[in-house]
Design a protein around this ligand. Structure first.
Ligand SMILES: *Cc1c(COP(=O)(O)O)cnc(C)c1O
Length: 360
């Protein structure tokens, strides 16, 4: 007779809650940091023609050399650095963790941070340590340096800008962390397109720095492409864990085509950055709303009754992210992605009406 599931499946997997993606059908979708704009018709037609020529019966190029050289051109990757591609950057986080998961090895990050850091530590049997940010969401450098000394983390993940808070940590503090770390530090620049700064040029200064980017927040979330940039000695080892055909042929071809039109993506991100300013100002003008500074394509805010506001917005078909309860520093916090001007107006009007109703 076979054993019951809980005698076979690892206990820490039995304890996990499934990653919850709420249904968004027919809603104003401002919960997942997607670019709200589609590509222009002419480019979509070009992609359709290109797709018709692809040999779907063949495996993709495992090295994706053509795609990597397009990315090199588009992202100012320093000479001498290698690129590893992932099925989204989530997969890259997992590859890094798998490679470093010696018994007892620690994966460290700040809190609150991207939820996948902790989840993937669990998947890979790493020990997770999260160091709380300060109340204004800046990095607590003293606490980080003490924790690095104590736990000797194999890897530290730092999102720059951070999700879900949206701010950029002090670059010199991150450099100190990299210099003090006994293992590798991954700077996750998922929101790079919306921030005017990067650690890319610092790769040459720090032998233990790896830099991660994704095309998801830039407008290609559906294609699933992330990349890790770093020294060949690191990436040669990590490549051994990458499944050979993790980046499909459609993704390789379509991303190359879109990168030939990077002006379009830039126009879209510029529009999002301009709307971010408009939206922040409108939110700041509302009584009872605290707005936190952002360098990403979303805004973190604090209201009086976050759960109620979230549910009432949902009833009005507006989906944002409720962060209340996810971390003590995020009490009554909501996260809203910057959408199109029209979507943002719908959100702002609904929020204003609700806040007026709730305070009277
Ligand atoms: C969204 C996000 C990612 C994951 O993006 P992929 O779609 O898997 O490429 C990684 N890091 C942070 C901080 C994110 O917010």
């Amino acid at each position: 007779m076979p054993n019951s599931l809980d005698q076979v499946i690892r206990p820490e997997i039995l304890d996990l809650l499934p990653y919850h993606v709420p249904s968004s059908f027919g809603m104003v979708k401002l919960d997942a940091m997607e670019n709200p704009y589609s590509l222009p018709k002419t480019l979509r037609d070009e992609i359709a023609q290109l797709a018709a020529t692809i040999s779907l019966n063949r495996y993709p190029d495992t090295n994706a050399d053509l795609l990597k050289s397009s990315l090199r051109g588009a992202m100012e990757i320093p000479a001498g650095m290698d690129i590893m591609l992932g099925n989204g950057s989530d997969e890259i986080i997992q590859i890094v963790a798998l490679a470093l998961a010696r018994p007892g090895a620690v994966l460290m990050s700040v809190e609150p941070a991207f939820a996948m850091f902790r989840m993937i530590a669990t998947f890979t049997k790493m020990e997770y340590i999260g160091i709380p940010l300060k109340a204004n969401f800046s990095i607590d450098l003293d606490a980080m340096l003490t924790a690095i000394d104590k736990y000797q983390p194999a890897v530290i993940f730092i999102a720059y800008p951070n999700n879900p808070t949206g701010n950029l940590f002090d670059a010199e503090a991150i450099s100190r962390i990299i210099e003090s770390a006994p293992g590798v530090v991954v700077v996750d620049e998922a929101y790079h397109a919306f921030a005017d700064t990067s650690f890319m040029s610092r790769l040459t200064q720090h032998p233990n720095l790896l830099l991660m980017r994704t095309l998801s927040k830039l407008g290609l979330a559906g294609l699933r492409l992330g990349l890790l940039v770093g020294r060949p000695e690191w990436l040669t080892q990590l490549e051994k864990l990458r499944l050979p055909y993790n980046v499909g042929v459609m993704t390789q071809v379509v991303v190359r085509k879109v990168l030939q039109h990077s002006d379009i993506l830039r126009q879209q991100t510029d529009a999002i950055k301009a709307e971010r300013v408009v939206m922040s100002e409108c939110l700041e003008a509302l009584d009872g709303v605290e707005v936190f500074p952002t360098a990403a394509n979303f805004i973190l805010l604090r209201v009086n009754e976050a759960n109620q506001v979230f549910l009432e917005l949902k009833k009005r078909n507006i989906l944002i992210k409720n962060l209340d309860g996810s971390h003590p520093l995020l009490r009554n916090c909501l996260r809203v992605t910057v959408g199109t001007p029209d979507e943002n107006k719908q959100f702002l009007w609904a929020l204003q009406a609700l806040i007026t109703k709730l305070t009277n």
